[in-house]
Design a protein around this ligand. Structure first.
Ligand code: NAP
Length: 268
């Protein structure tokens, strides 16, 4: 064996996901799509999820070994139907990525009651219902891994964004609590906390604040792209992270360390 082949087999053994099955919520676009593509490239069979089946199906058709499901995660009945659909396949689920999320930016005094409800349903209640409902399939995997996509706002406040930041802080604590509950069964639970990543969710905010201002706040001097999140999901799902649980990988170009610089005058 050449040293090149040795390196290749080490990487495949440590980070390869061949033969595994991964459900990635919200993988029709943005960060979820990049995670789904990265997992598929590492060999996983990916279940692509979005609200509309036709969109999920066309994304799945663009990957090898992928299939599609649809459910509105703001509706607990649809979440329950998604669980049943996955359990009906009667196969192990090795990787669950709770990525789908909504961000309805509003100051507390202008927040509609439904904004808070919807945010908590999609960003917190649905991930927990999926973990709970899919446990039988996760338990059939020899090394199941759950990855919750939170945000740097799980720890750093986000002005005018209380519902979102609170939902991510709750998801962060759920990650740690699930890690200690499910660890003894060999099910690992970790989180990825992205900073500012250019996707539909924050396109307007990035435009309003201005690209040059963002660059000024971020030590690596730019907003990230979804493809910079995918490799972390592959790592957390892989054997390479087999002793990691309850951890959060922050991927933000150093942004969280500078977020304390908000000025009141910027918002008056
Ligand atoms: P995005 O481009 O807006 O994509 C959101 C994804 O979630 C879409 O696939 C969407 O599906 C799905 N989704 C939204 N509401 C849903 C619902 N009610 N039911 C089912 N699926 C739903 O956002 P993104 O930036 O990729 O965000 C992905 C995750 O990263 C979120 O949890 C977000 O909070 C987190 N995050 C993002 C950033 C960032 O800067 N972008 C930073 C920190 C954390 P449809 O196509 O069906 O709408």
């Amino acid at each position: 064996m050449t040293s090149h082949q040795g390196e290749h087999s080490y990487l495949a053994k440590t980070f390869g996901l061949r033969g595994t099955t991964a459900l990635v919520t919200g993988s029709t676009r943005g960060i979820g799509l990049a995670i789904a593509r990265a997992l598929a490239s590492a060999g996983a069979n990916v279940i692509v999820h979005g609200r509309r089946f036709s969109e999920a199906e066309s994304v799945a058709a663009s990957m090898s070994r992928a299939t599609a499901v649809a459910a509105d995660l703001a509706d607990p009945l649809e979440v329950a139907r998604l669980v049943d659909r996955v359990l009906d396949w009667d196969a192990p689920l090795d990787i669950l990525v709770n990525n789908a999320g909504v961000e309805i930016g509003a100051r507390v005094e202008t927040m509609e009651p439904n904004d808070l409800h919807r945010t908590l349903e999609v960003n917190l209640a649905a991930p927990l219902a999926l973990v709970r409902g899919l446990l039988p399939a996760l338990r059939r995997s020899p090394a199941a891994s759950i990855i919750n996509v939170s945000s740097i706002h799980e720890t750093v406040p986000s002005w005018g964004n209380t519902a979102y930041a609170a939902s991510k802080a709750a998801l962060a604590m759920a990650t740690k609590t699930l890690a200690i509950e499910l660890g003894p069964e060999g099910i690992r639970v970790n989180a990825i906390a992205p900073g500012a990543i250019a996707t539909d969710i924050n396109a307007l905010v990035i435009k309003e604040i201005g690209d040059e201002n963002f660059r000024d706040w971020i030590p690596l001097r730019r907003v990230g792209v979804p493809e910079e999140i995918g490799p972390a999901a592959v790592f957390l799902a892989s054997t390479g992270a087999r002793y990691m649980t309850g951890a959060t990988l922050v991927i933000d170009g150093g942004y969280a360390h500078h977020l304390v610089r908000y000025r009141h005058s910027d918002h008056s």
